[in-house]
Design a protein around this ligand. Sequence first.
Ligand SMILES: [Zn+2]
Length: 113
Amino acid sequence: MPRSDDAHAPRRKLLREIVRLADVAVFGTVSETYRTCGRPGCHCQRRGGSKHGPHLNVSYRGENGKTTGYYVPKGAEEATRHGVTAWQRLQRCLRELAELNKDRNLRRAREAE
Ligand SMILES: [Zn+2]
């Protein structure tokens, strides 16, 4: 039945996208920070001297509601930035899927009447 296949195509596409995004998603917000170090005489200690950075940080709200975070090492920066973007897109895809689920439930209820 081609008509019913068409009706399911957007769902299948979304589900595939969700799996792909969920596989790499990282929860949190990225920010860049500049720091001073502890080395005596380092340029970062001088007034007006450039600090070290940017360093990537991820912050997020933990389950207890407290904001927490971590420093991202250089080798993980790209994957982390990519992962945070994926998380945001994942939220949008899930919303879209939930909307389709709602429509499907209502349509089934109508058809069952
Ligand atoms: Zn320094």
